[in-house]
Design a protein around this ligand. Structure first.
Ligand code: GLU
Length: 554
């Protein structure tokens, strides 16, 4: 029997189960009928944790890249590591992408729930596909079973380290590479466990070049490691599954974390050996964090803001988070937003080329600013709905107040909303309870931030004098004119300009009077429009608040 026949027999012994051929898979998963230029991208998370910011960031870039080109964005679940899987990890990631407005067009949506013609989209259900391709490689002599034990591999590694050689399974260290098919067959028949390795044709003296769409042209030595394709349990490694899946799912652009960049020589080699056209690669730098003046990767373990749940709990709306991620993805997004305040983000000309090479810095203050700019644009009914939903889950006492009279709640959030210069008080929905507390007796804390420049006796006099006077029927102008008219009797100047000419002549000015009233009613010096607040509270409540402040004293 010649070597070829032996290789066929070896392949059959390794994969006795009935398998389709690679040619059949080519017809089952034909090239996608998409217009030229349409990009097919994917997010391919492992369910080893909950959705984290890096995955959301990478997903958003894949999503935009596909959709701006009229292509497809799909979800593949890379669930090959059952030991590290966390319960509900996959469900959390799918739900999170949905919540953040990045639902996949096709792919895995849940156990036994998938959409699309290129599935299964769950790697644990693709074993026979991987096996079909490995079987073919074994037949061609391009892959072989390796029986080295973990201890043997450790021993070789130690030798390599001692001799200051490159570590790994390559060249003369690739012991099982030289087994004849007969010898390998014998070991398989004896029931020895084995992995399947690639017979790498690479030469480390030669270099490969590829154009990364984010990082530019990169050169690296060819891969000569006989990497593992299938582990001893028949499960593929990331490298092999990547080549098979992204080929058969017809991915055109692999946009992924840059921890994979060093593996590109392996991946390009696999695509070539398998006879597949390689996808284009774009490697995304991780989101960084500054700590004690040093930049480091945002850490899943150390940083609460790395978990996407953090943002919902803190009451950052999904829209704010996505808006923020786009500001760190493309630095000219902010400029675009200034000139297109009301446009949908999808109209922004996003480009992979504009992405940071070194890793964008995560900045909570910036997120707050971005979020304020978004929240101030919402209509009163919109923001009220969001706050109600947030409070129902996160702040039941506040929810009860709002819910008791939702029309009132909407009016309070309508104050100073709309118009060319809306106030930017809320960065998070969680800022709403403090913002709105003084509208509710149950929440009003009764602390007063009295202005230092007004004497206690004057504060008392202002409150006492104004107590019977508030008339909710007055419009803003009439109301303020009333304060001006009252001012001289209290020793306050009715005009700020006049007051500035000779401050010594007065106890203060009309603005101080309104500040005293503002503090008496709300506790704060800085609030939205006072006239609107007083009107919304109504005569009875305003009078009661003034009385309470007076009773409490300064
Ligand atoms: N499962 C891999 C990861 O989570 C996917 C990388 C890729 O996008 O190819 O890192």
């Amino acid at each position: 029997m010649d070597q070829n026949d032996m290789a066929l027999r070896l392949a059959d012994a390794m994969f006795p189960e009935p398998l389709r051929t690679p040619e059949e898979y080519e017809t089952i998963y034909p090239p996608r009928p998409l217009p030229p230029g349409a990009r097919v991208t994917r997010i391919a998370p492992s369910p080893t944790g909950y959705l984290h910011l890096g995955t959301l960031f990478t997903a958003s870039i894949n999503y935009i890249t596909a959709h701006q080109s009229g292509g497809v964005f799909f979800f593949r679940l890379e669930d090959t590591d059952k030991k590290r899987e966390v319960e509900n990890g996959a469900a959390d990631i799918v739900a999170g992408l949905q919540y953040y407005g990045l639902p996949a067009d096709e792919g895995y949506f849940g156990p036994d729930d998938e959409k699309g013609d290129y599935g299964p989209y769950q790697q644990s259900k693709r074993a026979s596909i991987y096996h079909a391709y490995v079987k073919q490689l074994v037949r061609q002599g391009l892959a072989y079973p390796c029986f080295c034990s973990a201890e043997e591999l450790d021993r070789v590694r130690a030798q390599q380290e001692a001799a200051r050689e490159r570590t790994g399974y390559y060249g003369r260290y690739a012991r099982c590479r030289d087994l004849t098919p007969e010898q390998a067959l014998e070991k398989i028949r004896a029931g020895l466990p084995y992995v399947v390795r690639l017979r790498s044709p690479g030469d480390p003296e030669k270099r490969i070049r590829f154009d990364d769409l984010i990082k530019g042209t990169i050169e690296m030595p060819e891969n000569d490691q006989d990497i593992v394709l299938l582990k001893s349990d028949g499960i593929p490694t990331y490298h092999f599954a990547h080549a098979i899946d992204d080929h058969l799912m017809r991915t055109t652009h692999v946009i992924r974390g840059d921890e994979w960049i060093a593996s590109v020589p392996i991946h390009l080699q696999l695509f070539r050996i398998l006879g597949f056209k390689a996808p284009k690669y774009a490697h995304v730098s991780p989101i960084m964090k500054e700590e004690n003046g040093c930049k480091r990767k945002l850490s899943k373990r150390k940083d609460p803001e790395a978990a996407v749940h953090y943002y919902a709990e803190q009451g950052y709306p999904a829209d704010s988070v996505m808006e923020y991620l786009l500001t760190i993805a493309n630095s000219d997004f902010e400029e675009w937003r200034r000139t297109h305040p009301a446009d949908d983000r999808s109209a922004f000309p996003f480009s992979l080329k504009k992405m940071s090479l070194s890793g964008a810095l995560f900045d909570l203050n910036k997120l707050n600013d971005v979020s304020k700019n978004r929240l101030c644009l919402l209509s009163a009914p919109q923001i009220t709905r969001m706050i109600l939903d947030w409070a129902e889950e996160n702040d039941p006492p506040f929810y009860r107040c709002l819910h008791a009279d939702e029309a009132f709640a909407e009016k309070l959030f309508a104050i100073d909303r709309g118009g060319p210069k809306p106030r930017k008080d809320l960065a998070r929905l969680a800022d709403a309870p403090a913002y709105a507390a003084y509208f509710y007796d149950e929440l009003f804390d009764g602390r007063y931030d009295w202005p230092e420049n007004v004497k206690a006796e004057d504060i008392a006099a202002i409150l006492r004098t104004y107590l019977p006077l508030y008339d909710p029927a007055l419009d803003r102008q009439q109301w303020f004119d009333g304060l001006k008219a009252l001012a001289p009797s209290l020793g306050f100047c009715p005009e700020v300009k006049e007051y500035k000419k000779d401050p010594q002549a007065w106890r203060g000015h009309v603005g101080d009077i309104s500040t005293v009233l503002r503090v008496a009613v709300t506790g704060r010096r800085n609030t939205p429009d006072l006239h609107s607040i007083l009107q919304l509270l109504g005569k009875e409540k305003v009078t009661a608040r003034l009385q309470r402040a007076l009773d409490k004293g300064v």
